[in-house]
Design a protein around this ligand. Structure first.
Ligand code: ATP
Ligand code: MG
Ligand code: MG
Length: 372
């Protein structure tokens, strides 16, 4: 069977490996961590730095196709692999856009789609302009931020200057703080046969900057959900994207939709597809990288996904009692095999399926409350 390569061996890589192997492929994971969640699920674990030349040569020599599970992989490594003749999806160029908020938001706007008003801050002198269109706002580092890290909320010009120095003068965007009605996301898949499909829209709720709960179908007007799917698919087309692309949206007053950011990979808010659609987002990733048509994406049941963070673990990493999750017939537990539980660390998630989104949410909350 063909060997598929993936850059990164976190939980997304682990769920990718599971999907790929179920479909009959073999999997090589590149991740420097010997304990990486995907390591035990891989046929080959290249336990090397992401830019390690020998490891990249091995991927080029042995893999029929290569993908990534995180956006901060070196885009040049992906371009190098593509240059060696290995199909690499998404492309290094798409990943380079997604890993830099300035490039990302600029691209989204050039594609005719809307973002929050933002100003690119490359040096402190970029703050020497009228900042009133962006205040109160959020200063976000252009690169490497996730789970709300590398972000400072600022109300005044002085606060913006101070925040930039706090962020060590890294390139940033200053983005206007918008009044959000809610947040939604769309996972799209585009493959070489040039089919773009999208999964149903997820409604996302965060706690302390980290995704907490996704509710599907999103409790927004059908017209808003349709528009979000159309915008996400248009973005994938504009990027000439191959692979799975996640697009996060803000829903504003007056049914306005703006794109917050994208991720060039499966997304936490798409984990519901493991249990509530025929094709999971990880199977779609396999299909897209192999040049296959995407699978069906229609929702079989309303579903709520709840993230399990390290916070639920007890003293010395004691696991919660999973009995309730393992006995509830409509709940499904997914653990990532991480041994070290830290606060805010994503350890697993569970999906609850029910007749409607509200009752799934109610049951999901009840289950979570019993976990601690
Ligand atoms: P992720 O873990 O999703 O990659 P991130 O660290 O890249 O997150 P963002 O998605 O930019 O961060 O922001 C995190 C959250 O902060 C958003 O989901 C939203 O709740 C809030 N937020 C970000 N930007 C704005 C804004 N301009 N106006 C209002 N709220 C915002
Ligand atoms: Mg992000
Ligand atoms: Mg985000």
């Amino acid at each position: 069977p063909a060997m598929l390569g993936i850059l990164g061996g976190g939980q997304l890589g682990r769920m990718f490996a599971t999907a790929a192997k179920t479909m009959g492929y073999r999997v090589t994971v590149l991740d420097p961590d010997p304990q990486a969640p995907a390591a035990a699920f891989a046929d080959v674990h290249l336990c090397r730095p992401y830019t390690d030349e020998a490891a990249l040569h091995t991927l080029a020599r042995t893999c029929a196709a290569v993908t990534t599970e995180f956006e901060n992989v070196n885009a040049d490594s992906m371009r190098w692999l593509a240059g060696e003749g290995v199909p690499v999806s998404p492309s290094g160029d798409c990943v380079a856009i997604a890993q830099d908020r300035i490039a990302e938001k600029t691209f989204i706007r050039q594609a005719g789609l809307s973002t929050a008003p933002f100003l690119a801050i490359r040096t402190a002198r970029d703050l020497d302009t009228d900042l009133s269109p962006y205040l109160p706002g959020i200063l976000k580092t252009a690169r490497l931020g996730y789970d709300g890290k590398g972000q400072v909320r600022v109300k005044t010009v002085e606060e913006a200057r101070y925040a930039l120095s706090e962020l060590k003068h890294q390139p940033c965007v200053l983005e206007k703080m918008l009044p959000l009605e809610t947040e939604v996301s769309v996972i799209v898949t585009r493959s070489a046969p040039s089919e773009v499909v999208s999964f149903p829209v997820a409604e996302n709720h965060h706690a302390d900057g980290i995704l907490d709960v996704s509710i599907v179908p999103a409790r927004v007007k059908p017209e808003i959900a349709e528009r979000a799917r159309a915008m996400a698919m248009r973005l994938a087309e504009a990027l000439n994207y191959i692979g799975v692309l996640a697009v996060e949206f803000f829903v504003l007053e007056g049914d306005e939709l703006v794109i917050n950011e994208m991720a060039p990979r499966p997304h936490n808010s798409g984990h519901y597809t493991l249990d509530a659609t025929l094709t999971s987002q990880f199977e779609q990733q396999v299909r897209a990288m192999c040049g296959l048509y995407p699978g069906r994406t229609d929702l079989h049941s309303p579903v709520v996904m709840v993230n399990l963070l390290g916070d639920v673990w007890g003293e010395e990493g004691a696991e919660p009692n999973w009995d309730i999750l393992l006995t509830a017939p409509n709940a499904k537990l997914h653990l990532y095999g991480k041994t070290e539980a830290r606060q805010g660390r994503k350890m697993g998630h569970f999906n609850v399926l029910a007749a409607d989104a509200d009752s799934a949410l109610e049951q999901a909350r009840a289950i979570r409350d019993t976990l601690g």
